[in-house]
Design a protein around this ligand. Structure first.
Ligand SMILES: Nc1ncnc2c1ncn2[C@@H]1O[C@H](COP(=O)(O)OP(=O)(O)OP(=O)(O)O)[C@@H](O)[C@H]1O
Ligand SMILES: [Mg+2]
Length: 218
């Protein structure tokens, strides 16, 4: 069965499409057959990126398709090893549907309380509606240099009862330039940036492996 990872948020611009592309690329690089289902029809960020990637002949191949609804997005999921769903800018009714069908739900957030509060409200809402809390993982994304604010954010999310990926994705122009060229955050022109992005993707992959193996044992 295809694994499904959803990337969702309450707020726009927190890094969903960036993490979607990163995760898709890192799994594809490991030989997985990966599809991105872009559910953000208004912007089509991943679709546009996929077009540029194809035009530039970047390997590994990642199929990207746009969908207005979840059901058709998953209709051919069995043909893939992994489907990564890029959610719409803001949480909608579909966000809950995504969370329900996913093996793992990634919620990117910035470090400010302005970002953290709505992210936690969304997570609480998903859990209240029956999504297992351990299916959710927060990723601190677009972060600056302040270690103190990262620690504060981690504490806030831990107190709210949620897990946070061990590594953060910093805010760097190098990532934007990579994505402009159809590349993922781990394919930038800078080795240190690539390593940071790979570490975030590895946290997500480890999390997926743990969840899936636990489910298989149960
Ligand atoms: N780590 C980063 N460093 C620099 N720029 C970034 C980073 N992550 C995202 N960006 C930029 O920030 C903007 C928003 O990122 P992204 O599109 O990934 O967020 P999003 O949550 O998908 O947004 P939306 O809610 O509009 O769909 C984009 O211009 C993207 O290129
Ligand atoms: Mg997006």
């Amino acid at each position: 069965m295809a694994h499904i990872i959803g990337v969702v948020s309450q707020k726009g611009g927190v890094g969903k499409s960036t993490l979607t592309r990163l995760v898709a690329r890192e799994f594809a690089q490991q030989g997985w057959d990966v599809k991105i289902a872009d559910l953000d029809v208004s912007q089509g960020t991943c679709v546009e990126w996929g077009r540029i990637r194809q035009k530039n002949g970047v390997a590994p191949l990642i199929r990207v398709e746009s969908f207005g609804r979840l059901e058709p997005a998953l209709a051919d999921a069995e043909r893939f090893d992994l489907v990564v769903i890029d959610g719409a800018p803001h949480a909608t009714a579909t966000t809950l549907d995504i969370a329900r069908v996913c093996d793992l739900v990634v919620i990117p957030t910035g470090l400010s309380l302005d970002d953290l509060r709505p992210a936690v409200v969304l997570a609480h809402e998903l859990v209240r509606k029956g999504v297992a809390a351990d299916k959710l993982v927060f990723v601190l994304a677009r972060v600056g240099e302040s270690v103190a604010s990262m620690e504060d954010a981690r504490r806030f999310l831990a107190q709210a009862g949620y897990d946070v990926a061990q590594h953060e994705l910093p805010d760097r122009i190098g990532y934007q330039r990579a994505m402009n060229a159809g590349l993922a955050a781990s394919e930038s022109a800078h080795r240190t940036l690539n390593e940071k992005a790979e570490a975030v993707a590895q946290d997500i992959a480890d999390r997926l492996t743990a969840l899936v193996s636990r489910r298989e044992v149960a």
